[in-house]
Design a protein around this ligand. Sequence first.
Ligand SMILES: [Zn+2]
Length: 496
Amino acid sequence: MAPRELDPLLPQNEPAPEISGYGTKSYTSHLASPRQDAPPAYESASEDEDNVESQSVAQRALSSLAGIFTVVVFFAFIALMLSPTSPTDMQPRPPAPPGHNKIEERVERILRDTPLFDGHNDLAILIRGAYKNKIHDSAFKKGFEDGGLYGDVDLPRLRKGRAGGAFWSAFVVCPENASDDFSDAEYSGAVAHTLSQIDLLHRLQAQYPDDFTPAGSGVEDALKQFHKSKSMLSPISIEGLHQIPQSAPLSTLRLYYLLGVRAATLTWNCHNAFADAALIWNVNETVVAPYHRGGLTSAGREVITEMNRLGMLVDLSHTSYWTQKAVLSNGTSAAPVIYSHSSAFTLCQHPRNVHDDILELVKETKSLVMVNFSPGFISCSPPADSSQLPDFDEKNNTVHQVARHIVYIGEKIGYDYVGLGSDFDGMGDLTPRGLEGVDKYPNLIAELLVMGVSDEDARKVAGENLLRVWRKAEEVSARLQKEDHEGEDDVHGYDL
Ligand SMILES: [Zn+2]
């Protein structure tokens, strides 16, 4: 029997049911029980409904009864001035703790000037699963534009949460025998679906140009656009090199780059010709991958060189401990790398999280770990042994626990090397309490401030660190392109 308590700082955890392994989500059930009219049953969600309702009532009153409305507002203002309570007490929410208002103001200032830049958002695969990529059908359009889209993301929630940008993942699952069979026949479906997901993100960005900056923008252009119009920085990422043909990695990555792909995870939950994964996904279950090939293959090293040359970020989330060690040692990557959505192993012993000794290498290489909000990665009790997945612990499934992962990494290696990688729309139906969707990002920044993180460090976590790493990758790319030509794939067959 495993000990139930991993972290002595936390209250005694009670046994909680184990959640299914990462990646076993099914979207067919989403259509059967859509959440459009049923936001999560937490206090903050009903608070939002109240706000929307009172806004529309006020607007009607304003158009027909402007005079009365003015009088009401005047007396409400007088009442507020005379009241011993703070303005936040006037809103339908629990009384704020002392100093809370000041925290809100600090959060507001931080997110006004710094884009909150999320390392990993799975909206695209949710649209594929739940809406079959039909972005002009009313089922999608209404929810996305007016709010209440199934899942964790839609435009009103992005705006409310002061989202400044994200790496939008063009994720597709691993082929069934991906770890053993690297043939084009095995991988062709994943490549085809990746193109369709990249196309989906392009169509979404074209349909909502005021909200999304084009994926192909460089970091400075995208940032300029954010400051000018608050449109979101919107590079695309792929989540595993199973999304390229194993026989033609370099040419395909170059073409993906042209399509706006600015980061690639080396693996998802399957091994590929280039790198070893931490977990193996088998349609109905996900298991811990045993030690495989020592991490990175020689073909994998060539891929990293080409990614450095292109200015495409190398992403180590989902990779095995040994892959991480190989990439972060001996200057394997010429540019800093990212973990787009991984948390701290010491706080939750999940193979998807980052070990302490690896965190030291992250610091050494000026790389970046963006903390995943997904419940199974933030709150768990340790497994019986390292060949098993840990038990999820519902008790600590909170925004505070996500903040603890950030503070842990920040205090250990510095706040220059930690960021946000939500995994929103990729974590299934369960979300942390207080962090139920993109509209709740400010809660997390507030929690960091409450825990004593400075405004300057909170800005780094919110987005400045990811901007720094992206800038550095572009700088390295410009240098390497002057020094050497592009890598060329081997061609087999077609002999003349
Ligand atoms: Zn993932």
